[in-house]
Design a protein around this ligand. Structure first.
Ligand code: ARG
Length: 642
């Protein structure tokens, strides 16, 4: 069934056609004020302007509205059509007609929402964590928002290809491999303890921005190197690292990677603080050692890298599973996957005169942006933008993408604008829509970017665990007699749902304040509120025993208000898909729960006479199913009991 807005659109369109012999958008929307009606058309004002321009004489929008109304063939859809203000045409829907619509959608698992006429292949690029680093809150937002958008587009009938463009290439490669060599070598020499101590010292020195202390750590690392290097009489350590059996965990890997970064970036490492010390440039020394052709370790760089990738993705997958997002290991296609395509990308852009040389580097000058998009460094290295261009080409030519959606941090606005422009310019994305759906920053209570109390970045796993723990406490207080497994299952749905909903309920472009108390509250626009509302509707059926549902007849204004809202789900889904903004769906569900309360408080269900009871039970069932469908599209669970 087309949405009500779509049906009115068709009726108004032909009325405008009949009245003025022209095609025009009737601009159908929900009425500003339900005193006037349910839906309104704003077409008359625009038409008046258009006609005035054409004929050179004033046109009265109210008169135009009257002419449209005279041609409207609304049949049994509406009971009243009025013209308000300068020329808004308001339509009040007929309760009988609305009741019929509800009875029609009752039988349909999709609640009467037809799939789109023309299904597209849509790539959604979301999450995108980086190797050897824990996901941060930005990745959390990307994962949650990208997942909800994918679900909505998928429900519309599109073919969705999820792509996890992980950061697994670039300058960090060398440092991550170096970190792994430290680890295996220390292990080989039974020096893991010593290494861990160094890592901890370096972290403390870095956190304190204490260059002198950093210098000391670098000295200590120098000692370690000396130790490594003195293992063999001729001065080089020849050992066979057992990488294939190495069990790498993201936690220690990240610590070591940060350690290597701190050592490498330390002024001491440049030799400034340790003067003539021959071991000053430690990383280089170590790299030389690794690259020694006699050393079997240098043949295992690829494997080391793969281990780092695996360790990172293992942790990410735990988070995806906990979050219940649909992103699977098979959706990972990171930057490194495009490695072989990069020279070709640069060559094609150069051949098309889209990329130019600038101080030895290759760049694309994008109109409107001061900083150009760099695609090749003077040393020949490729960049983040180069991989993104290769990814666009791949997604269009190999995956058949007709639309590509990116949900990433608003700080990447310029990056995507430049990449999109370049892809359009070179002709890869001629008939393809490239869309960037940015989001703001998650803030703490203090209005600053979300951090733990100690000021460190918050581990996502800890954040999600805390949400579940707090939810468990609340559930246990309310339902102490439920078995623990049940309480834990509810706490999982509620805690994770609350985190996700908090992210989805706000217009994504703005920053938002994250507070456990607010997101877990049972009142207000929260997941627990909606989950509770839905569980409450379902509990009516338990109380109703074997009472049946029957034909819906709408009489009370509360029933009507609820009915009209239920029938709007399809319109809201269209809006979310168009704007890529899930908060519209959240607002819709919140309003649905409110209208249900109004209905339930004013219209007895179980105590009513059989026909009315059956009608109202059917309305309850549709409400529950609408809430369930909405929550599922957001990726939020709905526990049977709360
Ligand atoms: N790895 C990136 C980051 O952490 C996100 C990847 C976004 N996706 C893309 N196609 N560039 O910021």
């Amino acid at each position: 069934m087309p949405t009500i807005a779509a049906q009115l659109d068709r009726i108004f369109r032909s009325a405008i056609q009949d009245a003025f012999n022209m095609a025009s958008d009737p601009q159908i929307g929900v009425s500003q004020n339900d005193k006037f009606g349910d839906y309104q058309s704003n077409a008359a004002m625009g038409l008046a302007k258009l006609m005035a321009e054409k004929t050179g004489t004033e046109a009265n929008p109210r008169a135009i509205a009257e002419q449209i109304v005279a041609k409207l063939k609304l049949g049994d859809v509406a009971t009243e059509v009025t013209i308000a203000g300068p020329g808004f045409i308001n339509v009040r829907l007929s309760p009988v007609w609305l009741g019929e619509r509800l009875n029609e959608i009752f039988e349909d698992a999709r609640l009467g929402i037809a799939p789109v006429g023309e299904a597209q292949t849509i790539v959604v690029d979301y999450s995108g964590p980086n190797i050897a680093k824990e996901m941060h809150v930005g990745h959390l937002r990307s994962t949650i928002i990208g997942d909800a958008i994918s679900r909505v587009l998928e429900f519309q009938g599109h073919k969705i290809i999820r792509q996890n463009h992980i950061g697994d290439w670039g300058t960090q490669f060398g440092r991550v491999v170096l970190a792994i060599w430290y680890l295996v070598l220390a292990d080989h020499l039974n020096q893991v303890e010593a290494l861990n101590r160094l890592v901890a010292w370096m972290k403390a020195a870095s956190d304190a921005k204490d260059e002198a202390a950093k210098g000391e750590v670098v000295h200590a690392v120098a000692e370690l190197h000396r130790y490594f290097l003195s293992q063999d009489p001729d001065g080089s350590v020849i050992f066979e690292p057992k990488l294939s059996s190495l069990k790498l965990k993201l936690g220690p890997l990240e610590a070591l990677y940060q350690f290597v970064t701190a050592v490498t970036d330390s002024k001491a490492a440049e030799g400034e603080m340790i003067g003539e010390n021959p071991l000053a440039s430690l990383p280089r020394l170590f790299t030389t050692f690794i690259q020694d052709p006699k050393n079997p370790a240098n043949k295992q760089e690829e494997l080391a890298w793969r281990k780092a990738s695996e360790a990172t993705l293992e942790t990410c997958n735990e988070i995806y599973t906990k979050l219940g997002v649909k992103l699977l290991p098979g959706d990972v296609r990171g930057e490194s996957a495009y490695q072989d395509d990069l020279p070709g990308v640069v060559a094609e852009l150069k051949a098309g005169k889209i990329a130019v040389e600038s101080e030895g580097a290759t760049v694309v000058m994008v109109p409107g942006y001061e900083a150009p998009l760099m695609i090749q460094k003077s040393d020949g290295g490729f960049l983040y933008g180069t991989t993104d261009l290769a990814a666009i080409r791949y997604r269009i030519t190999k995956l058949g993408a007709q639309r590509i959606v990116y949900t990433h941090d608003s700080r990447q606005q310029q990056h995507f604008a430049e990449v999109f422009w370049t892809a359009k310019q070179v002709g890869w994305a001629k008939d393809v829509t490239l869309e960037y759906a940015p989001f703001g920053t998650m803030l703490g209570d203090d209005g600053k970017p979300f951090k733990s109390r100690s000021g460190a970045t918050v581990k996502l796993k800890d954040l999600l665990d805390e949400a579940e723990e707090r939810a468990l406490k609340a559930v246990t207080e309310k339902q102490p007699d439920l078995p623990e497994v049940r309480r834990k299952a509810i706490a999982h749905s509620v805690g994770i749902g609350a985190v996700k909903y908090a992210d989805l309920a706000k217009d994504r472009v703005s920053d938002y304040v994250f507070s456990f108390d607010k997101i877990l509250a049972l009142d207000g626009n929260t997941a627990p509120y909606l989950q509770y509302a839905r569980a409450r509707v379902r509990s009516i059926f338990r109380k109703a025993g074997d009472a049946e549902v029957g034909e819906i007849v709408l009489e009370s204004p509360f029933e009507l208000a609820l009915a009209k809202h239920i029938l709007r789900l399809g319109e809201v889904i269209d809006q979310v898909a168009r704007e890529l903004k899930p908060h519209h769906l959240c607002a819709y569900l919140y309003e649905l729960a409110a209208r249900f309360s109004g209905f339930f408080e004013n219209c007895p269900v179980i105590q009513s006479a059989p026909a009315l009871r059956e009608s109202r039970l059917a309305l309850c069932d549709l409400t529950a199913r609408t809430l369930e469908r909405g929550l599922e599209l957001l990726g939020i669970e709905h526990p049977e009991q709360m």
